[in-house]
Design a protein around this ligand. Structure first.
Ligand code: ZN
Length: 456
């Protein structure tokens, strides 16, 4: 973490209901609102990594994403197509990184995009990862300067919000431009019409407090009270799924031709998916989730998140965001592109620094063989098991009998079903991964229970 980020502090004015010991709202400057909104632009894998570093002994789990991330950590380089594949999942990059450089407190400063060529440079190829192999077979580890795209942002402008006035942030993270009318309404709505009941406190907020806020947006509906008054780690509220898959509110544009098929190992009496046995496509889909920024994960998942303050913060972000780069669709760096992408995201065609100097290679492919362009992250022709809470293991790492024994179900209680998923189910799976600790059950409930029971 850059030293400057460690040391940056903002001052918030908290208006506190002294009787109930609750924050009514906070008054904050534009720079802090930008930092708060930047939480939404973090890739999911980055969120998991930051929260792990924040509370090393007991990291805060984000749905099934923490297990997904652990699965990448636990798999060997040999299980991936290239070393860069593992790297791009553990340290996902976002196209918002450039904007976030201008934040007063940047949660994950990257050293920017780097470009590497083979040494001595004789080919016309370059890669964004120093572990890539050139088509001549040499390692591409010689860094070259990147031709800069000449976008000079006005420093006077905010990063996400432009209005220079101060802002009101409610305890459940609704953000609005400050006005007397709004302040009066807020005070009245919480029964603090009598101003003797409220007091004003000045608090400092630095990196640690922002990290606690990041936990709170997933877990608390009183984020400011929990961060500044209770000063305690929020209690885990993510429930295992007990109901059928949450209804998708948003229409997902149909692209029926692309499907991914896998085998679900199902317990007959309640049709619960115990685990899934699959090839590389399903795992590539799940691993892509780590590269998706939180804002896009929310956009794809539809509405009605019944946890934390996430929905309020996201709505405020959309209302106040004046960024030139605001997009309706998630755009990921080009190297996350792969052929069976079922999520409603797009990948940039070529990197912004694409230059006439060299041809940028797909770091997922091997130097000599560029024919596999658009391949996924994990090694082709590998079988994996995926548990309900999204722990992924290559099948060569555990014995079949050992796996069945762990299920603690008699063999005639277990059946195997083929399931094919398309775009809609992929979005359900992303949503379920965010909201529950039981993603397969929540997302594919309908896929199994509707089927007639057949012996296998
Ligand atoms: Zn070369």
């Amino acid at each position: 973490m850059a030293k400057s980020s460690r040391e940056t502090k903002f001052t918030l004015k908290l208006v506190v209901d002294e009787e109930r010991k609750k924050v009514v709202f906070a008054e904050a400057c534009r720079d802090f609102v930008d930092v708060l909104f930047s939480l939404l632009t973090l890739p999911m894998g980055t969120i998991v990594r930051l929260l792990k570093n924040h509370r090393k002994s007991e990291p805060f789990p984000v749905g099934c994403f923490t297990n997904l991330y652990k699965s990448v950590v636990g798999m060997g380089i040999d299980d991936f197509e290239t070393e860069a594949c593992k790297q791009m999942l553990l340290h996902p990059r976002s196209l918002r990184d450039v904007e976030c450089k201008r934040l007063k407190l940047n949660l994950h400063p990257t050293d920017g995009t780097k470009l590497f060529v083979c040494s001595p440079y004789g080919c016309d190829m370059c890669s964004g990862f120093s572990t890539s192999r050139c088509r001549c077979g040499k390692l591409m580890n010689k860094e070259i300067p990147i031709p800069r795209a000449d976008v000079v942002d006005n420093i006077e402008d905010g990063v996400f919000v432009r209005d220079r006035s101060s802002y009101i942030i409610t305890d459940d993270l609704k953000v609005s431009v400050r006005s007397t009318d709004l302040v009066l309404r807020k005070l009245k709505s919480v029964g603090c019409g009598d101003l003797r009941k409220v007091s004003e406190r000045l608090v400092e907020i630095g990196l640690d407090e922002v990290m606690t806020l990041l936990e709170c947006i997933f877990s608390s509906n009183a984020s400011l009270t929990d961060t500044f008054l209770n000063k305690q780690s929020p209690k885990r509220v993510m429930k295992p799924c007990t109901a059928p898959s949450p209804h998708m509110v948003k229409e997902i544009e149909a692209r029926p031709e692309e499907v991914i098929t896998f085998s679900a190992i199902v317990r007959k009496h309640d049709m619960k998916i115990l685990y899934v046995e699959c090839g590389e496509d399903f795992v590539d889909l799940l691993f892509t989730f780590l590269a998706v920024p939180l804002e896009s994960a929310l956009e794809i998942s539809g509405e009605n998140f019944n946890f934390g303050c996430i929905e309020n913060l996201f709505k405020s972000f959309k209302e106040l965001n004046a960024s030139k780069n605001s997009r309706s669709k998630a755009v990921l760096p080009y190297y996350y592109r792969w052929s069976k992408q079922l999520l409603n995201i797009i990948c940039e065609e070529t990197p912004f620094y694409n230059s006439s100097l060299c041809c940028v290679i797909d770091p997922k492919s091997h130097g000599r063989d560029q024919s596999k362009k658009g391949s996924g992250f994990v090694k082709r022709h590998t079988k994996f098991t995926v548990s309900d809470d999204l722990i992924i293991l290559p099948m060569n790492s555990s014995s079949a009998l050992c796996f069945l024994k762990k299920l603690e179900s008699p063999t005639d209680e277990i059946q195997v079903q083929e399931i094919s998923i398309s775009k809609t189910q992929a979005a359900s799976l992303l949503r379920a991964s965010l909201m529950t600790s039981s993603a397969l059950k929540a997302a594919f409930w309908n896929s199994t229970s509707k089927k007639p029971k057949q012996e296998t």
